[in-house]
Design a protein around this ligand. Structure first.
Ligand code: ZN
Ligand code: ZN
Length: 349
């Protein structure tokens, strides 16, 4: 079968590899759609990051070259011995987290914080940029007829956004601000709508991204045109209840802190590549809190239910659809060049 494998920086190859088999406890899936994620792009331009480069991953036992793609939907074609959760014909999405099951994080059920955590599609185990994947039974979640395969490919990134909002102290009727409206920032806006936020502010510079945020119902503020901290304080009468930092840009963290009210909260949703200097007193003197989240846990069923209600809409968030043999030029390269792209989906055929 055809599969896209990471060999090195700027070296992704569409190759012919053996189809996976439905071994004991595994579910063989015919992939329908797979999204290109920001972390896939990082592996392309600056990897290996999550991809095991020099030594095999402790859980999968695999190392580069590995098949990429972790945001996918598909149909079950075969199940291995002992599998009871799904059967051939079922429509599914995959929650692509490998965890050891033994470390302190795993014992607490926080499998996304596992010390040897890995992603199917980055750490081995096959991936969604191929025709078939054999995933572990525990990773598989059924999707109903009312959730399309395209929509299904958005479950994984939407799970990050829903986890961020669920881990924050946002209450129904609160006011929130999202700094950065790339794909995850836009999904955070959707998660906030689903969670009953009364007002959602979005801070963004890019013209196209501003438009998308507005289309989803956010009140957009451009930091090149207004003092966003002052503007948010005025409009909310004292500051946002919760700010979500989704840029990874150090000075933005300071704005995120200062945009919240006394006792407010800052959720760090992005990965920072550098140190970010903050003034601790901006936390101390207002009794604010700051918290980070990574990935997701236990939220796939909730995301799927919200999608049935129309949240995280694929028709607004998917900006391009391509085929597997176009994935490098029309997918990865396009995402690097075109800021107006939100989510590019790849059809596995
Ligand atoms: Zn992802
Ligand atoms: Zn663990």
């Amino acid at each position: 079968m055809k599969a896209l494998r990471w060999h090195g920086v700027k070296d992704l190859r569409l190759e012919n590899i053996d189809e996976p088999t439905a071994l004991k406890g595994k579910v063989k899936i015919k992939v329908e759609w797979c999204g290109i994620c920001g972390s896939d792009l990082h592996e392309y331009t600056a990897g290996p990051i999550f991809i095991p480069g020099g030594a095999p991953h402790p859980i999968t036992g695999e190392q580069a070259p590995i098949v990429m793609g972790h945001e996918f939907s598909g149909q079950v074609v075969e199940v291995g011995e002992g599998v009871t959760k799904v059967q051939p014909g079922d429509r599914v999405v995959v929650e692509p987290i490998y965890s050891c099951g033994e470390c302190e994080a795993c014992k607490q059920g926080k499998y996304n914080l596992c010390g040897t955590m890995g992603f199917l599609g980055l750490a081995g185990g096959g991936g969604g940029f191929s025709e078939f994947v054999a995933a572990e039974e525990y990773m598989v979640h059924k999707i109903p007829e009312s959730v399309s395969y395209e929509q299904g490919a958005l479950v994984e990134p939407s799970a990050v956004a829903l986890h961020a909002v669920r881990q924050s102290k946002l209450k129904v009727g609160d006011r929130a601000v999202v700094f950065g409206t790339g794909p995850i920032g836009l999904l955070v806006i959707e998660a906030l709508k689903a969670s009953g936020a009364a007002e959602i502010y979005a801070v963004e510079l890019s013209e196209q991204r501003k438009q998308k945020a507005e289309e989803l119902g956010a009140i957009v503020l451009d930091p090149s045109k207004v003092d966003v901290v002052q503007e948010i304080h005025e409009r909310t009468n004292g500051g946002a209840d919760v700010a979500y930092e989704v840029t990874g840009v150090p000075p933005v963290l300071t704005d995120a802190i200062n945009s919240t009210r006394i006792g407010g909260e800052v959720m760090i949703v992005s990965i920072f590549e550098k140190e970010a200097a903050i003034k601790p007193n901006t936390i101390v003197t207002k009794e604010r809190t700051m918290k980070g989240i990574i990935g997701y846990r236990d939220v796939f069923p909730a995301v799927i239910s919200l999608m049935e209600k129309g949240y995280f809409p694929a028709d607004k968030l998917v900006t391009k659809r391509i085929k597997l043999d176009q994935v490098v030029e029309e997918g990865f390269e396009t995402l690097l060049q075109e800021k107006n792209q939100v989510k590019i989906l790849v059809k596995a055929e």
